[in-house]
Design a protein around this ligand. Structure first.
Ligand code: BYC
Length: 472
């Protein structure tokens, strides 16, 4: 079961050929996916050979193989982590019951919605990133972008498999709709707000892969706890792919910080724009933007949806099995933020409806770890400056903080104060124009744009100046 069957039209480890109906449904969807990929996927490089990683088996040892592939020939397929014999549901009302191999009838609608919401983000991110190839800072970065794009495409396949295999006609309709909504489309936008924002430049992309992909990690990890076993297994395998996306974000921003510090020292100035770099103040603004937009992806602080997902056994907590409590949480409480006039305080609330906030807390702690590592780079250069995550209430559109304006240091502001200050905290048109001016493609082997340092090592043991994308 660990090995993947690549001899079939749709590579899989789910014995697809034994389920003719499903095979037909997916084979009908496949050309539509490819049309979408050609129309909405990476522009300009579809005919080029890219040094890509493809999954060849889902077990821990060597599931990946690297080779030159043209992106439309990438073998998108259906890969589930191996089944855990005797797996039981780890939380909620069904705690201890055998995990469901099929969808429980009474949860059908809720589960479908969760899967559709997850699935919708995957093609959305490919659409958001489609023009970046034209302005790549190096072949190494270009290759990583395409790796992420094909894997997000595969994550879409993962959700479409669940919809088609377990939700009948409704599921097939949802699979079609996943290709019809588009990021930023006025009539048919993507479901979650962050996936309708633009990713117009490489700094935004690196921030997106650090902050927004990290929401993916936390949501997928919660869904990997699901009592619906096929969802759990597919999310477990998706998480192994996700790790690379987070690596690209963290090391990418680390390399920008590195380069900024080098330029600050060389020029003995904070104003590294004169030297073709990205000043720390601009980096801070992009952190503020992408972090705050990603915080919204966790939903409201208090949510009956979240309580229901948990009680029903559909979506657990991050690392549910490691938590030492009753895994039902009916009598437990959790601390969430509260507004008290013009002050932000906290209060104890029932734990079940606070699950979004708890997941957001796990996420915030994880975000902070990377920021600490970037700050170490700054310190190593002897520079007395620090990057920070803004307050969780800053620039939020949803939940408690959607109703107020909050400064990065957590003070509630009047609209007027916000309007005069927001340009100091969020990217302005001038910042965007400067970034755009930096976005000149660098495609010579081993060369890097002026604003980003080379990586510490190449991909899969290859040198940094390897021909990661063959442009000739
Ligand atoms: N934008 O009770 P509430 C990834 C809606 S990223 C717009 O507060 P709930 C990836 C909500 O649907 C991971 N609408 O929230 C990353 C609800 O609508 P209804 C994606 C929003 O339901 C990078 C209403 O507001 N996966 O994989 O507890 C690249 C009240 O909602 C938003 C998932 O999200 C928003 N931000 O939780 C590629 C996992 N937030 O019911 C990929 C699946 C909420 O009033 N989804 N709403 O019509 C979920 O678990 C939940 O749907 C959410 C929301 C956590 C998103």
């Amino acid at each position: 079961m660990a090995g993947i069957n690549y001899s079939e039209r749709i590579p899989n480890n789910v014995n697809l050929s034994e389920n003719r109906r499903l095979q037909r449904a997916l084979e009908e969807w496949q050309p539509k996916f490819l049309d979408w990929w050609m129309d909405m996927g990476p522009t300009g490089y579809q005919e080029k050979d890219v040094y890509l990683r493809t999954a060849v088996s889902v077990d821990a040892q060597g599931w990946a193989q690297f080779d030159y592939v043209k992106m439309p020939d990438y073998r998108w397929g259906l890969f589930l982590a191996e089944a855990e014999p005797g797996r039981t549901i780890g939380f909620g009302d069904h705690l201890g019951a055998p995990a469901w191999p099929d969808v429980p009838g009474e949860y059908r609608g809720v589960l479908r919605r969760l899967i559709v919401t997850q699935g919708d983000t995957e093609p959305a991110s490919v659409e958001q990133q489609r023009h970046l190839g034209r302005t790549c800072p190096s072949l190494y970065d270009l290759r990583n972008l395409f790796q992420i794009n094909v894997e997000e495409g595969r994550h879409l396949w993962a959700m479409v498999y669940l919809l088609d295999a377990y939700f009948g006609r409704d599921g097939r309709e949802e699979s079609e709709a996943l290709l019809q909504r588009h990021s930023g489309d006025r009539d048919k936008p993507r479901i979650l707000r962050a996936f309708n924002e633009k990713t117009p430049d490489w700094l935004s992309y690196l921030m997106f892969t650090y902050f927004t992909d990290r929401d993916g990690k936390y949501q997928l990890a919660s869904l990997a706890e699901s009592g619906f076993d096929p969802l759990s297994r597919t999310c477990r395998f998706m998480l192994t792919e996700e790790a690379h996306h987070l690596f690209v974000g963290e090391t990418g921003i680390g390399r920008v910080v590195q380069r900024t510090c080098e330029l600050m020292r060389q020029g003995k100035t904070d104003d590294v724009r004169r030297l073709g770099g990205l000043d720390l103040a601009t980096l801070q603004k992009y952190i503020n933007f992408h972090y705050s937009v990603s915080l919204d992806l966790f939903g409201s602080e208090v949510s009956t949806n979240a309580a229901n997902f948990y009680t029903m056994g559909l979506k657990g907590r991050f690392e549910e099995a490691k938590k030492r409590d009753d895994h039902r949480l009916k009598d437990a409480t959790y601390t969430v933020s509260e507004l008290d006039g013009d002050r932000i305080t906290t209060r104890e609330t029932p734990a079940l409806p606070s699950l979004n906030e708890r997941l957001r807390d796990d996420y915030i702690a994880d975000c902070q770890r990377g920021v600490d590592r970037w700050n170490q780079i700054i310190t190593k250069h002897g520079i007395d400056r620090e990057l920070r995550l803004p307050h969780r209430g800053f620039h939020r559109a949803l939940g408690l903080f959607g109703e107020v304006k909050v400064s990065p240091d957590g003070r509630i502001l009047s609209e007027a104060e916000w309007d005069t200050k927001k340009h100091e905290w969020l990217p302005t048109e001038t910042d965007q124009a400067y970034l755009e001016s930096l976005m000149q493609p660098v495609t010579e082997r081993g060369r890097f744009a002026s604003w980003i340092a080379p990586p510490a090592r190449g991909v899969n043991g290859q040198p940094v100046d390897f021909e990661y994308v063959r442009l000739a």
